[in-house]
Design a binder for this molecule. Structure first.
Ligand code: SF4
Length: 335
């Protein structure tokens, strides 16, 4: 029998994937929670009195996030209030089931819940979008709409910030994907623990340095209720390759995940490469680096029966839409 390496004298029941330490359950819980607390404090993620929206999908990450935030808030007297914010993409057999888990979290953690649906915000469900565009670019639509839906939900609820369940593996995958695409300019933003665009409510990632395997272990040993089925429209092949590569690296060298995140953090934006300035969309008023935000561009394509219009370079697409709008108003005037 291996004794817990934290020195409590109990038998170890697990080996921490992040450090290789053999720990008993209680010492693992303490180490896991303390690391998240340290991330919150060193990143100054919250202020006393903040109302925090926890982006909740019913999956393991957001369930553990809500549970640990509630626990740390009590243990360290952060003085925070919480609300769960969920987005219903309209995916039959996936989101409808996972939202039931979110409702269970709402009752168990005693946090109010707000659900916003793509159907009410955009007039389209993901089921309907996939019917129109097929299974190739569906995650582009879904990701763009979800980002904006969270902004809209946060504004509606009047929260001070949105906490998301992105974990260390998610971040390392995103760093790899940006490097593989040659998109070095995005590294700073994708590794930032707080992202705050002007006029938008900031978002933070308290699980930024928490390994996915440890989140699963924590949820398992704490017997938390979460939903673990994958989305029925999950073909995101590029991320899938980055994930498989990362898992292979992690097998040989568990610190690879943290090393990749630290590389992404320290790689500075190359001279002459500028991140687009963030402003607001001239149509919907939400955050955008272009005249029209990506959500409005994609929506325009869908509503015109030209869903591929929004896939590709945003500036070219914006020009095409603006030109086509001018054309339409000219014809209307002539008529
Ligand atoms: Fe949306 Fe794609 Fe995620 Fe499914 S896998 S929820 S379609 S982003």
């Amino acid at each position: 029998m291996v004794i817990c390496s934290a020195g409590c004298g109990k038998n170890a029941v697990l080996k921490r994937p992040k450090t290789g330490d053999a720990l008993c359950k209680e010492c693992f819980f303490w180490a896991f929670e303390t690391e998240i607390h340290n991330t919150i404090i060193s990143g100054s993620l919250f202020k006393c009195g903040d109302l925090v929206a926890v982006a909740a999908s019913g999956g393991k990450d957001s369930t553990v996030l809500a549970y640990v935030l509630k626990l740390l808030n009590k243990r360290h007297d952060y003085g925070l209030k919480f609300v769960l914010l969920s987005v219903d993409e309209g995916i039959t057999g996936y989101r409808d089931d996972s939202l039931e888990t979110v409702k269970q979290n709402r009752d168990e953690y005693e946090m109010p819940l707000k659900i916003l649906s793509y159907e009410e915000l955009y007039g389209w469900t993901m089921d309907a979008i996939v019917k129109q565009i097929g299974r190739k670019n569906n995650c582009t639509f879904c990701g763009v709409f979800r980002r904006q839906a969270l902004d809209r939900g946060a504004a509606l609820l009047g929260v001070d910030c949105v906490a998301t369940g992105h974990n260390a593996d998610d971040l390392a995958e995103t760093v790899l994907m940006n490097i593989l695409r040659g998109d070095i300019a995005r590294l700073q933003r994708c590794t930032a623990i707080v992202t705050a665009s002007e006029g938008a409510i900031p978002r933070c990632k308290p699980l930024k340095y928490t390994y996915e395997k440890e989140i699963v272990m924590y949820a398992y040993f704490k017997r938390l209720h979460y939903f673990s089925t994958e989305c029925v429209f999950a073909p995101n092949a590029y991320r899938g390759h980055a994930r498989a590569f990362l898992k292979d690296l992690e097998k040989i060298r568990p610190t690879a995940i943290m090393d990749i995140i630290h590389s992404g953090e320290s790689l500075s934006v190359r001279e002459g490469v500028h991140l687009p300035e963030r402003g607001t969309c001239s149509r919907c008023g939400f955050v955008s680096s272009q005249k029209l935000c990506k959500a409005c561009v994609l929506l325009d394509g869908l509503n015109r029966g030209l869903p591929r219009l929004g896939i590709g370079k945003t500036s070219k697409v914006n020009k095409a839409i603006i030109e086509s709008n001018k054309e339409k108003s000219r014809s209307a005037e002539e008529f």
